[in-house]
Write a protein that binds this ligand. Sequence first.
Ligand code: RIB
Ligand code: CA
Length: 320
Amino acid sequence: MSPVSTPRRVLLDTDPGIDDALAILLGLASPEIELAALTVVHGNCTLSEAVANALAVLELGGAPGLPVAVGCDRPLLRPPYTAPETHGMTGLGYARLPVAGATPVAEHAVDLLIREIMAAPGEVTLVAVGPLTNVALALRKEPRIAGAVRDCIVMGGAFHCDGNTIPLAEFNIYVDPHAAQIVLDSGMPLTLMPWDITSRVQLMQSDVDRLLARGGPIAAFIAEATRFYIEFHRSHFGWVGCSINDPAALALLWWPELARVRELHVAVELTSELTMGQTVGDFLGKAGRAPNVRLVEQFDGPEFVRRFVERMEALIDRVR
Ligand code: RIB
Ligand code: CA
């Protein structure tokens, strides 16, 4: 990916979710991109909760008119699987936002993805930070989007670390492994930001306190959402901070200098309940198959968090 010089048109496929909500706010705070639409997918919470959260976070962030399209409410084949222990009963931790005045667009998320990408070949970047059900169905309905999308960033997978959902699998891939395989096989220009990296990109209470010092509803939201999220990370992993996976994945688009990537062939394990959703990287080059992703292998997490906090401060000051 080349450094971004003019605003890049971005479609964000998301399951908000606490870290998704932070990614949406970062997108609104970043002049390097034009957030064109949110396409919502099941995942961290139910689809209806995720849609309500997406609309409410956009209103909080001063973008109530940004299109939100409703996507798939369950995986392609696997049973629905949510993460209330991680994101709370509503998907936004302890935060409670006013019900948004806006409603979703009538267009299905899959159709919006296809229309937007095919309307501007080579211009649109797709960032997927939830289970890949919407993206997989868009590829099945219109395979040409694989060649028309400018690039695609996916947050997902676990390679040299334990998964965060089952021992071998990361949530987004675990929840819909079949969709992930379809995306990996599609030929899309994929950059994969794995749990290996994002687990260590942690927002600390001190960062949250710095935002709280500015006051206002955005800071209050971040504090209440991450209060739940930090409690989960402490009890589940024994960590001090909380992993802001999705903002880090999104920011690869305009801060590529923070990352080091390598070409790799990746496939998803689909045969056993014990290993379903494991992402298998051909690190030894034995599979005899061409690389299908650029895998992020290094990322300057502390610098990203510093820049993220600065962007949140700027958004807080702009949207009072
Ligand atoms: O494993 C972390 C990923 O799964 C993040 O995108 C989080 O929001 C959940 O969707
Ligand atoms: Ca997510």
